[in-house]
Design a protein around this ligand. Structure first.
Ligand code: NAD
Ligand code: UDP
Length: 319
């Protein structure tokens, strides 16, 4: 296949480009570097199966040659207002990537008769009242909250994707991605795993927003990539949760990372209001992914952290 991947210079996008090329496909990566980094694509420089186009997906997209598949991953993804890459600091760009970017990439899929995969998110469930979250749950989202620029753009993106599927017959898929981590997350990304690992490596106190009782369920990047790969090859048009159901409190995550790195510093509790409508619990029900894709994560949290810590050690010049 000839595949267009937007958000190619980002964390997930760069791993996906690599995976699809490894499988023998030709990849056109697109990014405008708003939160991504060209260094993430160093391993593909000069690869004859890879073409990079610098472009903002909010503007009309022209891709030379035939396209067999489109994966739309371009969007800021960190909620942290303390990060320059947090979507609360990029609110209009985030809404445009989710809304106009989805419209433009669906347009590419339509004009090439290509299959399409939207990177949606567990954030469409908001601060969920149902636990764990199944795909049939409609969510609990504040339409004007701090996170709404991301949540509502992704909800619009899902609705538009289904409209193109139902009205134009486009061969679409929707991945509802839960918290994923691994090498190539930006040093200043602001999400919890890169923050905690860097703080621990610097022997600093880990910053916990709130009392740390809020939970997340962390998926290692190679598992996520496998799930996305299988979903693209499937014929499933309804949303599928892709994530690791192993739920952990943020305080316990901090203790785990401190223990693995040998950091003696205490944790610091910071006000939860920092992140506005911070979801209190999050855990995917992955029954559908198991049944439809034969997929489930294989990398436990500590193993994933073991593979991620050396990346940050290297980026911080500690090895
Ligand atoms: P990231 O910030 O590392 O990557 C996003 C990439 O998109 C960046 O390279 C950025 O420059 C690019 N981009 C943003 N707006 C763009 C635009 N208008 N035009 C072109 N490029 C643009 O984040 P990530 O974690 O790799 O997330 C990738 C996708 O996966 C996002 O759509 C995000 O919503 C989704 N997702 C990620 C997670 C996760 O835990 N990593 C969870 C749920 C959903
Ligand atoms: N968090 C934290 N300290 C940090 C960064 C994040 O305690 O330095 C918390 C955050 O409040 C949230 C959880 O960790 O409850 C996960 O945050 P992240 O930004 O990784 O992503 P989210 O799942 O909220 O989109």
């Amino acid at each position: 296949m000839r595949i267009l991947i937007t958000g190619a210079a980002g964390f997930l996008g760069s791993h996906l480009c690599e995976r699809f090329i490894d499988e023998g496909h030709y990849v056109i990566g697109m990014d405008n570097f708003v939160t991504g980094n060209i260094d993430n694509l160093t391993c593909l420089a000069g690869n004859p199966k890879f073409l990079f186009i610098r472009h903002d997906v909010a503007n009309f997209i022209f891709v030379p040659g035939e396209i067999d598949a489109v994966l739309h991953f371009a969007s800021p993804a960190s909620p942290n207002p303390a990060s320059p890459y947090g979507y609360t600091n990029l609110p209009i760009q985030t809404m445009k990537a989710g809304a106009l970017g989805t419209h433009n990439t669906l347009g590419v899929a339509r004009s090439h008769n290509a299959r399409y995969l939207l990177a949606s998110t567990s954030e469409i469930y908001g601060d969920p009242l149902e636990h764990p979250q199944t795909e049939s749950y409609w969510g609990h989202v504040d339409p004007i909250g701090v996170r709404s620029v991301y949540d509502e753009a992704k909800r619009f993106a899902e609705a538009l994707t289904m409209a193109y599927h139902r009205y134009h017959g486009i061969n679409t898929r929707i991945a509802r991605i839960f918290n994923t981590f691994g090498p190539r997350m930006h040093l200043d990304d602001g999400r919890v795993v890169p923050n905690f690992i860097q703080q621990a490596l610097r022997s600093e106190a880990l910053t916990i927003y709130g009392d740390g009782s809020q939970t997340r369920s962390f998926c290692y990047v190679s598992d996520l990539v496998e799930g996305i790969y299988r979903l693209l090859l499937s014929e499933e048009h309804n949303p599928v949760n892709i994530g690791n159901p192993n739920e952990i409190a943020i305080l316990e995550l901090a203790e785990t990372i401190n223990k693995m790195i040998g950091n003696q510093a205490e944790v610091i509790l910071k006000p939860a209001s920092r992140l506005g409508d911070d979801p209190q619990r999050r855990r995917p029900d992955i029954t559908r992914a198991k049944e439809i894709l034969g997929w489930e994560p294989t990398i436990p949290l500590e193993e994933g952290l073991k593979r991620t810590i050396p990346y940050f050690q290297q980026k911080l010049g500690l090895v």
